[in-house]
Design a protein around this ligand. Structure first.
Ligand SMILES: CC(C)(COP(=O)(O)OP(=O)(O)OC[C@H]1O[C@@H](n2cnc3c(N)ncnc32)[C@H](O)[C@@H]1OP(=O)(O)O)[C@@H](O)C(=O)NCCC(=O)NCCS
Length: 152
């Protein structure tokens, strides 16, 4: 499996990601290719995982500032889950992205919460009614312990 970064202005890459969001989040999230391209133009980073050339997973990271990123969305096609692909996407992304990362996750989404905990995220806050369907979220944070410890 390889993890690649989608380059700015890569229309083909943006179309693949659009198709992935449609498959993985059919009920509530769909990213149009133009939204993906805009996200990249604004400094966001999009990673895709390929198995035998086919894109099977993706992760979006929005840049808040140099040392703070939001993990906006991560997903792996159902038939490829539980094989370490979500983990590899996080690992590879964290080699490129420095600083702290935060995210929101539905409190009922145990596979995602476990994945984040495995990679150093901790629950910071419970936010009631965060999602449009009224469900609750955890705000989770992965602190950049190394750079924090050198701050004056
Ligand atoms: C969350 C998601 C991205 C995980 O991807 P994945 O490729 O299946 O994850 P991995 O195989 O890399 O698993 C990494 C760790 O996550 C946890 N995990 C993954 N699936 C799990 C499950 N079904 N139950 C419990 N823990 C799970 C485990 O800790 C696992 O580590 P381990 O194998 O050493 O136990 C995937 O389940 C998914 O796409 N879900 C639907 C979309 C979604 O909810 N995205 C998150 C919100 S944006």
């Amino acid at each position: 499996m390889e993890v690649e970064i989608v380059e700015k202005n890569d229309l083909e890459g943006a179309m693949i990601v659009e198709g992935m969001t449609e498959k993985i989040f059919p009920e509530f999230v769909r990213w149009h290719r133009n939204s993906v391209l805009n996200y990249l133009r604004l400094g966001g980073k999009v990673f895709v995982a390929r198995v035998s050339g086919e894109v099977v997973g993706f992760a979006f990271f929005r840049k808040i500032h140099e040392k703070l990123w939001e993990l906006t969305l991560i997903g792996v096609l159902e038939e490829y889950r539980g094989m370490g692909i979500g983990g590899r996407l996080l690992e590879e992304a964290m080699k490129v992205i420095g600083g702290e990362i935060y995210l929101h996750v539905q409190t009922s989404n145990l596979p995602a919460i476990r994945l984040y905990e495995k990679f150093g995220f901790v629950k910071d806050k419970l936010i009631r009614g965060f999602y449009s369907d009224g469900s609750d979220a955890y705000l989770m944070v992965r602190r950049d312990f190394i750079s924090n410890s050198f701050e004056p």
